[in-house]
Design a protein around this ligand. Sequence first.
Ligand code: CUA
Length: 159
Amino acid sequence: MSVNVYEKVWMWGAGGLIVLFLAAIGITAVTQAVQPPSHIETINPATLAEHPEFGDPQVKTDANGKIIVSVVAEMFQFRPDPIEVPVNTPVTFRITSGDVVHGFLIVGTNANAMAVPGYVSQFTMTFPKAGEYTIACNEYCGLMHHGMVGKITVTGGQQ
Ligand code: CUA
């Protein structure tokens, strides 16, 4: 089969674009953490109140000195509020929901997780700047969804 030279150019050009686009997705996924969370941990949302970690969600330092922030999202608040963490220190957020699906977006950062009843979402991030950050719920969860905001106070370092 003979293919016209112009047709060949267009075919290779179109093929090249597809490879380029897939490479862009692949590279950003690996280098900029644009990827789905791999952490799968289940929890019973009906007994959250008695749960050792989420019954009284708070900021804790574990035995290895890691800062763990346990968060319960529920209509229409995040607990604890405000969340206080130090600047320039890795902070691990562990988030679950006590009722319906909520979002957990830290405005001005790329931290964005879902709070799903029955699951614990976990990610680790470092705040490079001290100050106040807003947590917004970005999954529609009911009548007061728009008012579901929380606060993170990042302290220490030079402000
Ligand atoms: Cu919680 Cu929207």
